[in-house]
Design a protein around this ligand. Sequence first.
Ligand code: ACO
Length: 327
Amino acid sequence: MRAAITAVGGYVPDKVLSNKDLEKLVDTSDEWIQSRTGIKERRVMAEGTATSDICVQAVNQILEKRGISATEIDLVIVATVTPDHVFPATANIVSDKIGATNAWGFDLSAACSGFLYALDTGAKFIESGKHKKVLVCGADKMSAIVNYEDRNTCVIFGDGGGAVLLEPCDDENGIIDSILKSDGSGRAFLHQKAGGSMHPPTHETIDAREHYVHQEGKTVFKFAVTNMAEVSRDIMDKNNLTGDDVDYLCAHQANLRIIDATARRMELDDEKVLINIERYGNTTAGTIPLLFWDFEKKFKKGDNIVLAAFGGGFTWGSVYLKWAYNS
Ligand code: ACO
């Protein structure tokens, strides 16, 4: 039995933070940001809101579209690096807020690859026959951990995310294959130093600004280009797909140049490469479900779609699926 995505939802907050706005905060320019990343603006959540609020908005759209009650949900997985709290899991909070009283759930931390890891994990519970309805959310309130005095990172990240419903599928569509990878030695180049058990919060860690994202952009860029392109090519070769066979690439929206390199390696025409980085920036675990949300109307039943991501950890991977419905 296969697991198929049967509905998608998404959410970004209303407040826009443009490149021009950032020019007032740090020494940067709209031209620099657009030429290096492809980003024009990103969204920022209001104070007093959290990652669970992104998930709830997205999930409520799904429940309405499918005409189902939250009590029918078996499992909620939330991929995020910005959970509402260290514990309990954001998945529990989402379940409570939507009224999924029969579900269990957990959070999954794999940075920008989080949604792919969570999608593959959720699919296993459907394939095994254990569950019939699994919600997979990918969402991040990156503004909670971005230092708006650090031009290396504050221009990149934004807030937002989305969710998908996984259900059993008895035709040839659904999630077909995945290749997921990790290399913990990459942790030095992209991490949040303090706030965990290694460096619990103290006045010193706050003063040293160690609760914010630290990224060595050049090194991460190098690993991301190589690994995202390679793993996407690998999943095509493993499934005997040529560039002509692939209908769409939904790649993690970290940097337009990384996405371009991946598309070139896959030998894809430009119109097959879905892009929305210019509007939302890098929403970490949120980018791939936000692509589904924005481009759902393009997808036809049976379309071959390749998902690809690279992120902190390092983590990376690729998923091959056949879209399961016409909207
Ligand atoms: N505005 C102006 N100048 C800047 C800015 C900025 N916002 N940020 C950095 N610079 C400067 C640097 O200080 C450097 O100056 P120097 O040469 O005087 O030292 C210069 O611009 C060039 O910096 P580079 O780092 O070489 O710029 P690069 O072309 O590599 O682009 C970027 C930087 C966009 C961060 C790129 O490296 C990148 O996209 N990296 C990968 C990001 C990524 O994919 N992350 C993974 C996912 S994120 C996650 O998992 C949470």
